[in-house]
Design a protein around this ligand. Structure first.
Ligand code: HEC
Length: 201
């Protein structure tokens, strides 16, 4: 009996302690809306290092986030493309540039996935110029890869490696450039898949 009462008392003390702590937490969080209340380990909020958006006296322009010096490139960058975004650059690429990747099934399969993600909403799954945004009348149809004519002359089905790569890199008229979205190797895989679509009837 006495033991039972001791257990009851313990529970009561624990319960009361809990209620006191909980109400203290609730009450301290009310009041001044702008106050952060009690803060645990304040120095975790104020890091020693500068935040990118913080003012910074160490730099002339007073900002922490700095633009990389002109002419610098990321480690491992292989995006140089020597052909300019002109009709001459397009023609020259068309003559002298060929796909550096082997025509392996894995490359073609990846090219298909990339094409479906990056191109098919305009060009259509089979490259007929009937992608989803065309069907919604939101965009004029691009020429079919197999039966259309290029705005730069000739049939689209005859476009060579270099011309397709140049087009993906810089875009043409209403088609935007894709050089910042697709690495050169990804563009070459897509070129491989576009060749497959050019053969469709
Ligand atoms: C926003 C819609 C859109 C997207 C996305 C798009 N294209 Fe195009 N594409 C066009 C249009 C429109 C044209 C016709 C432009 C012209 O010649 O006036 C075109 C033209 C082309 C041509 C023919 C170029 C030539 O020399 O005549 C090729 C090849 C091509 N696109 C490939 C691609 C590939 C590959 C992708 C994906 C990486 C892609 N396009 C993404 C709209 C798009």
């Amino acid at each position: 009996m006495i033991e039972n009462m001791l257990v009851m008392n313990k529970l009561r003390i624990l319960g009361t302690a809990f209620i006191v702590v909980a109400s203290a937490a609730i009450i301290s969080s009310c009041g001044d809306k702008r106050s952060t209340g009690w803060e645990y380990a304040r120095n975790m909020y104020d890091p020693i290092a500068y935040n990118p958006d913080q003012p910074n006296k160490n730099f002339k322009n007073g900002q922490t986030a700095q633009v990389p010096p002109a002419g610098t490139i990321p480690v491992g960058f292989d995006g140089f493309f020597e052909y300019p975004n002109t009709i001459e650059g397009y023609e020259a690429a068309g003559v002298s540039l060929t796909n550096p990747l082997p025509a392996a099934p894995a490359n073609l399969a990846q090219g298909k996935v990339l094409y479906q993600n990056m191109c098919s909403h305009c060009h259509g799954a089979e490259g007929k110029g009937d992608g989803s945004i065309i069907k919604q009348d939101k965009f004029p149809p691009p020429p079919s890869y197999s039966t259309g004519m290029s705005s730069r002359g000739g049939a689209v089905k005859d476009l060579t490696d270099g011309k397709i790569f140049h087009t993906i890199t810089y875009g043409v008229n209403l088609m935007g450039p894709h050089r910042s979205q697709l690495e050169p190797s990804e563009r070459w895989k897509i070129v491989m898949y576009v060749h497959e679509l050019q053969k469709l009837q």
